[in-house]
Design a protein around this ligand. Structure first.
Ligand code: COA
Length: 333
């Protein structure tokens, strides 16, 4: 049976930075509150007039991953995009990105699994490679959550940001790459985080922000309490399944929602926070994009080398959560 190896990573962030001081001008909040409760200092906000739609960001991240992997777009068999903020209800972001890339031989579709979208997409990609259905799969996480945010709701607008990340997976007989994936959902708790109809305009200071008629609603406190045990449990499942212990893990790349969630997960797993890659201070929570952006940054800054065991863990709306254990198979540079 073939193994799915990551042979390229890429990411794309909007140019515009909205820091906590900028948010103080929009809602009743403070840099101190946001930093202490979340660890977030700034986030990126996509501007449509700067060609930063979900499709644009996803395609740019994908191009960078394909370039690293040295794979021409016409060799891609499948494009899977994890997203909750595609530019249109249909067609999928994946199909729109396909056109941008000229990936004429690919089948393309989206996966909607809240902030776990990338891990769910990776699971689909891994299974299709293992089953011999595809040899080259492009997996993308791309989001423009600023378009869904209620900019009058200080409980949510301070948390989120825009961006995209992508990986190229190639089939190989060599043991390694994705060792296992686990995904879980609990639809009984869908109403802890969802989108609803709303029509508040975006703040004037964010002129150029394209919004949708839908807003995000969240019960942050209850979500927090679900996130910690769910992420810790599924991470442990991934270790057990591979006969590994926490000492075998070189790097954890978690969904970047809140530094306090990650500290609590690290404590539960008894894995040092030093092994957790975080960049949520710069980008906030970018939903499905957070793990592939973090993976790209971690790899390009030399934090992962061939043979390292890397654990990806996610949690999001649905509720959904998941874990992927990788034996990294690319050398830096
Ligand atoms: N600035 C200042 N005060 C704020 C605020 C903001 N941006 N947002 C909320 N508050 C206030 C609340 O109104 C509340 O005030 P009160 O005590 O007078 O009622 C107080 O801060 C505490 O609110 P609470 O919601 O209990 O805070 P918290 O410690 O749970 O932190 C979150 C809030 C959202 C940061 C936290 O619950 C969280 O991160 N949850 C998980 C969210 C998440 O990860 N979602 C995505 C899942 S993928």
């Amino acid at each position: 049976m073939a193994f799915a190896h990551i042979t390229g990573t890429g990411s794309a962030l909007p140019q515009r930075i909205l820091d906590n001081a900028g948010l103080e001008m929009i809602v009743d909040t403070t840099d101190e509150w946001i930093t202490r409760r979340t660890g977030i200092k700034e986030r990126r906000i996509a501007m449509i007039d700067k060609n930063e739609s979900t499709t644009d960001l996803g395609a740019l991240a994908a191009r960078r991953a394909l370039e690293m992997a040295n794979v021409p777009a016409n060799e891609i068999d499948t494009i899977i995009t994890g997203t909750v903020s595609a530019d249109r209800i249909f067609p999928s972001a994946a199909c729109m990105i396909q056109r941008e890339l000229g990936a004429e031989n690919a089948a393309a579709f989206d996966v909607s699994a809240g902030c776990s979208g990338f891990i769910y997409a990776l699971e689909m990609a891994n299974n299709s490679i293992k089953a011999g259905m595809a040899k080259t799969v492009l997996v993308i996480g791309a989001e423009r959550l600023s378009s869904l945010v209620n900019w009058q709701d200080r409980g949510t607008c301070v948390l989120l940001g825009d961006g995209a990340g992508a990986v190229v997976l190639r089939a190989s007989d060599v043991h390694g790459g994705i060792l296992s994936t686990h995904i879980k959902s609990d639809g009984r708790l869908w109403d802890l985080l969802y989108s609803e109809k709303g029509n508040q305009p975006p703040p004037e200071s964010l002129n150029g922000l394209a919004t949708t008629p839908f807003h995000l609603r969240m019960e942050g406190n209850r979500l927090f309490k679900q996130a910690v045990p769910s992420m810790a449990h599924i991470a442990e499942l991934a270790l057990q399944k591979n006969g590994m212990t926490r000492e075998d893990i070189h790097l954890v790349i978690p969904h970047q929602a809140n530094i306090r969630i990650l500290q609590a997960v690290a404590e539960k797993l008894k894995i040092s926070m030093d092994k957790f890659f975080t960049n949520l201070d710069k980008y906030g929570n970018t939903s499905s994009a957070s793990i592939p952006i973090a993976m790209d940054e971690a790899f390009r800054s030399g934090l992962m080398k061939e043979g390292d065991h890397v654990l990806l863990v996610s949690f999001g709306a649905g509720l959904t959560w998941g874990a992927t254990l990788l034996r990294w198979s690319m050398s830096p540079g």
